[in-house]
Structures are given as structure tokens and as C-alpha cells.
Design a protein around this ligand. Sequence first.
Ligand SMILES: NC(=O)c1ccc[n+]([C@@H]2O[C@H](COP(=O)([O-])OP(=O)(O)OC[C@H]3O[C@@H](n4cnc5c(N)ncnc54)[C@H](O)[C@@H]3O)[C@@H](O)[C@H]2O)c1
Ligand SMILES: N[C@H](C(=O)O)[C@H](O)COP(=O)(O)O
Length: 346
Amino acid sequence: MTSPSVAGLPLAVSVGEPSGIGPDLVLTCHRDRALFNLAPFFTVADVDMLQSRAARLGIDISIAAIDRPEDAVAVFPSALPVLPLENRHEDAPGATNPANAAGTIESIERATRYALEGRAAALVTAPIEKKALYDAGFDHPGHTEFLAALCQRHSGHSVQPVMLLTGPELSSVPVTIHIPLCDVPKALTTELVVSTGRIVARHLKRDFGIAQPRLAVAGLNPHAGEQGTMGREDIEIVAPAIERLRKDGITVHGPLPADTMFHAEARRTYDVALCMYHDQALIPVKTLGFDESVNVTLGLPIIRTSPDHGTAAALAGTGQARTASFIAALTLASRMAAIRAGSAGA
Ligand SMILES: NC(=O)c1ccc[n+]([C@@H]2O[C@H](COP(=O)([O-])OP(=O)(O)OC[C@H]3O[C@@H](n4cnc5c(N)ncnc54)[C@H](O)[C@@H]3O)[C@@H](O)[C@H]2O)c1
Ligand SMILES: N[C@H](C(=O)O)[C@H](O)COP(=O)(O)O
């Protein structure tokens, strides 16, 4: 048995970097759909590339090219529904090919558009190799910012995307995302911490069903600045942001020394850790639950999830890629879509 679709809609899956494990995950998850009770999904991909990758992996799969996302739910029980790419993807596991970049971007753009048009319940993205896309002129740090730009273009409203990594043991948010460490202090402002905290609190209520979310805010500096002797940002930037979030009625505490806020007892005191930079947020999540954690983009008009890991290019085509995080991303996307559909109908 597979899970029912949410409101009759499939999930839209972008296939990711073809030299990585994205295609392997899509194919394996369709093979194992009943085992993991997965809701119907389609992918936007090169059919020949998928056939070739399936043969490498020894997966006996039926792949059905479809014209419209609307056809995916009926096809899913018997075949992997694929909306064919206009650009081609070569099947060369482990070797990035600049010619593949256009197809990778097209897959993300089209899958996002189907979700924005209400023709897919949510978007799930397989991993991209950022450098391969930068070399082709892609000028967004990653999916997170690209999706915000696509949503902004579609709706005409400004969009602040927020990266949430969520796993069984810990959920955390990097306030600054993909920027060099030396740029973090300049990028970190009270306004950014406040707007990020508000988006997190709003989505925890709306998409995760947490009535009164509890946020814990990490300091930037060692020992949260040791009362200003190890950096002034925690006093001048982070603490005022916490005060403003509290005035909004959000349950929030900090700035906390980051080195002692992730142990088991501390984790029980909050729902999400707001961290000041990428590795502060992502190292504890990936250490505690690399195989099960999911990357979610908050702040978008659509639901977007992704596995927490990257392209793992050395494993592409080998059958060694673990699917647990991708399965968690598919499952969480369905659950969030069901919560939104339920509250929209309430
Ligand atoms: N969502 C995304 O698009 C996303 C997320 C993270 C990293 N990336 C990109 O991926 C590329 C590679 O990044 P990286 O090497 O730092 O991280 P990575 O997650 O690809 O790999 C880190 C280690 O974990 C292993 N691993 C990862 N996923 C696995 C899986 N499913 N099963 C078994 N082992 C797995 C890899 O073999 C490697 O040893 C970079 O270009 C990075 O930007 C993309
Ligand atoms: N920082 C993310 C992670 O390590 O999980 C990853 O690079 C994905 O970023 P985007 O979703 O913005 O591509």
C-alpha cells in the first residue's frame, strides 16, 4: 500500500545533480514506495538518463513519461511518472558535466512552478552540486535562495527564505546561510534575527502543529560573548532581537553559549535552535541524525523539503546511497501538505 495523495495531488520531485545520487534516490524510492508507504510523486527528469541509471543499479522499473502533473497519481502505482526535461542529462555517475547544468536548473524551476500553480502538493528537491551550477552562471547560493526568487517572481511579493534542518533529535535554523564565515558578523543584524525568528514561529504553528513554539537563540561568540569581553554582537545584535521576539509573544530564550545548548537535557527546552551561521546549526543536526534529518525551506508560499545530505557523487550508480533522509523528506512534505490542507479546510 502507498500513502494517499494530499488533496489528490502528487509531490513534485526535482531530480538534482545527475552525477550525484539524486536519480538513485528517486528510482529506489519508487521501487520501495509500498514498503515506506510513500505518497505519489513524479519527477522532472531525462527519461533516458533514468533508464540508464536504473540499469546500473539493477532496478527493474517501469518509467512512464507523462505530459501533466495531474496524470502522476494514477500512474504512480505501476510506474515512475516522469515529466521529461527539455534539456538533456547525461548519465555519468561521479563526473560532473557542465552540459548537465541547464537540465538540473530546469528540473528545479518546473517542479517549483507545478507546486506554485497548485498542481503538486509540495516540492521535494534531490541534491545539487552548487559549484557545478555556479560554473554555468547560476547566481544563487543554493536552492533556498533560488526558490525564494522563483516564488517572488510568481507572486510579486517579497519572500525571505529560512533554512530549517529538522531531525528526530534536533531542529535548527542558520540565520545566515551560505556565506563565508568572515562575512557573518557583517550580515548578522537584529532585524535579520527578528524576521527569521518570526518566520520560524509562524511555520512551526502552521506546518508542524506546534501551538506555542519555543525558540532557543545561540550566541555568535564563544560563551555568547562572555559579557562583551569576547565580542559585542551578542549584546548589541542578538539580545535586542530576542527582546523584540518576546514582545511579539514568542517563547524565546538566549543568547545561549552554542557549545552547551545541544546536549540532550538542553534540547528538551526548545523546539528549534536559532543559530547564527551555517555550521553552528547544521553540524549538531547532521551529527545527531544524518540519515533521518530533512532540510525544509520556510517562508515560501509552497512547501519544500530536501534530504539533509548532498550529492555524495562517489556513491552515485553504486547502490550504496542510503535513502532514509530522502524518504524522510518525502514523508515530511506529505505531512506538512496534509496539515496545510486540513487547516485550509477548517
Ligand atoms: N540539498 C542539497 O542540494 C545539498 C545539501 C548538502 C550539500 N549539497 C552539495 O553536495 C555536494 C557534496 O557535498 P558534501 O560532500 O559536503 O556532502 P554530502 O552529504 O554529499 O557527503 C558527505 C558524506 O556523506 C556521505 N553521504 C551523503 N549522503 C549519503 C547517503 N544518502 N547515503 C550514504 N552516504 C551518504 C558521502 O558519501 C560523504 O562521505 C556539494 O556540492 C554541496 O554543496 C547539496
Ligand atoms: N546547507 C544545506 C545542507 O547542508 O543541508 C545544503 O547545502 C542545501 O542548501 P539548499 O537547500 O539551499 O540547496
